[in-house]
Design a protein around this ligand. Structure first.
Ligand code: FES
Ligand code: FES
Length: 212
């Protein structure tokens, strides 16, 4: 299932949707193979050499309404920047290869895998993490619905699930169960709490329609 929850053509929003990632794996593998042959032909380099050669880029990220201007290495993922540079550890590290959805955030309002998005790609974008759904100490509507419906066991996948649900409900405020299943298909739950997760998404939709 496409992680941007629409049937529209892929937008200019950076990041990799689940479907987009899967369809690009073939060309990516070719690229990796080519890069590997180039690396093997190049003289040995230290990690510091690689960083110095890569240089740093200035990016400006608006995260949860607050602008952060910083220098980043070209190889840094948005996931790394959010967690390790900005301290927003609500976004979780799972597979780090676009398979599990634990790292899901909103970029310009659409669910994206932060592990598959370079920080430089997110330059100038509006990013929302799980922390950004709260108002002070108060849970956001979707977060509250997950709590009310016991939509987690270990809870590790939950931030990503909540962000995927947010994305879905912004596009489709009254999803059917099938639409919820499809909208959440890019997020895996190893505890198998899917039945409760789907109920929580439906409840969040109800609450949002009531203006809560
Ligand atoms: S950690 Fe990003 S998809 Fe798994
Ligand atoms: S609640 Fe444990 S992985 Fe989903």
């Amino acid at each position: 299932m496409d992680h941007d929850n629409t049937d529209k053509p892929a937008p200019a929003t950076p990041g990799v949707s689940r479907r987009g990632f899967i369809t690009s794996v073939g060309t990516g593998a070719i690229g990796v193979a080519a890069a590997a042959s180039l690396v093997s032909a190049a003289p040995p380099e230290t990690q510091a050499d690689v960083v110095a050669a890569g240089g740093m880029s200035s990016v400006s990220l608006v995260v949860n309404g607050r602008r952060h201007t910083m220098l980043v290495e070209p190889r840094w993922s948005l996931l790394y920047v959010l967690r390790d540079r900005l301290g927003l550890t609500g976004t979780k590290i799972g597979c780090e290869r676009g398979e599990c959805g634990a790292c899901t955030v909103l970029i310009d309002g659409k669910a994206r895998y932060a592990c598959m998005t370079l920080a430089v790609e997110a330059d100038g974008r509006d990013i929302t993490t799980i922390e950004g759904l709260m108002t002070g100490e108060e849970l956001g509507t979707t977060q509250q619905a997950f709590a009310d419906e016991d939509a987690f066991q270990c809870g590790y996948c939950t931030p990503g699930q909540v962000m995927a649900a947010e994305s879905l409900l912004r596009v489709n405020p009254s999803p059917t169960l099938d639409e919820i299943r499809q909208g959440m298909a890019g997020n895996l739950c190893r505890c198998g709490a899917y039945a409760h997760i789907f109920k929580a998404v439906a409840k969040a939709a109800d609450l949002k329609r009531q203006g809560r």
